[in-house]
Design a protein around this ligand. Sequence first.
Ligand code: HEM
Length: 376
Amino acid sequence: MAEVRKIEPISKVQLWDGSTAWLATRYADIKQLLNDRALSSDTLRPGFPQSSETAASFRKGQRVFARMDPPQHDVHRLMLTADFMIRRVRGYRPYLDAMIDEVFEGMEKSGGPVDLVQTLALPVPSRVITKLLDLPPEDSDFFLDRVQKAMSLDSTPEESQQAGADTLAYFARVIEERWDSDADDLISRLVRGRVRTGELTPEELQHMLHLILVGGFDTTANMIALGTLLFLENPDQIKKLRENPDLAPAAVEELLRYLSVAHHVAYRQAAEDTSIGGIDIRAGEGVIAPIMAANHDPEAFPDPEKFDITRDARGHLAFGYGVHQCLGQPLARVELQAVFAKIFDRFPNLRLVEKVENLEFHNSIIYGVESVLVDW
Ligand code: HEM
């Protein structure tokens, strides 16, 4: 990507199905592109660019505001914004701190080694989402399996679609169960305030809940696992964080920038003619905005391949930009800050059991790692 950025920062590329799309590689162009109202996120448009056949079938099944354009996008997103506002999600911090302490205690008791993915990275977001939606925590395994199958580029299109259908059927049951509920959880409130009033169909709510699950589970889990791994590969940064715990929020921003786990999300299609970085884009043409390329552009972040928790990484595009900027970012930040504020103090001798070269990384819409065996 660095080479392409130097030679031809916006270039025409051929995709897996023979179609072509514009690929942007500079931070400034990618930011502008994500904020360009002439570009559509609606995957149902003929000729919409896709990263793979599985991603195409996964996205086609998603009738959600992430894949809609304004004004419809804004109407649906607004139904959720209050629940994801910073002030509201900060209320999760005491719950998270207690839960993470409990996980660490369990790790200590087990005597090690443990797989950090199963022990910490997956339980944190899954418990938060089940709390947010008031779902039985024991259903987490089902969610995880279906989210991973739906998004894995190793799944066939049929497997991906089936995984999505299973989750939608699950949420259809939950919506039915909460039809007459006067409880205060998010689903009951949406059923009462939006579905029964006719603003949202039950199917639209199923898709909205599916989006929250898909958006919030694997992303955060992979950030926790890969983030710990990145720190373990950079012990000088662990030292800095332990010496100055106030660096935890800045460290989280740098992890988000460096890892850019949502590496396959920002695909768009021009609904009207537009231009980016001096290149004319015609209506109907596909555009790809790789978040990883933006966050590793030396023009925006000097020495981008250096993981440095003291740099100012704010302004990174790990959560996207523009109307589709991540709705769950305040929640993701609270979760990540809770983990990274504590983990290396609690386990000062944390170390990898296997070599990084031997770890298995995900081939998925979200970048991740299968397991990270650690000891202390
Ligand atoms: C959108 C990344 C956590 C829910 C996005 C987008 C990115 C992103 C890049 C924009 C996609 C685009 O422009 O097409 C991440 C990362 C996360 C994270 C890196 C964790 C570190 C979460 C969480 C939730 C969530 C915790 C909810 C529980 C959403 C939703 C959207 C979205 C609903 C669609 C917003 C819209 O289209 O208006 N996320 N996300 N995400 N994310 Fe996240």
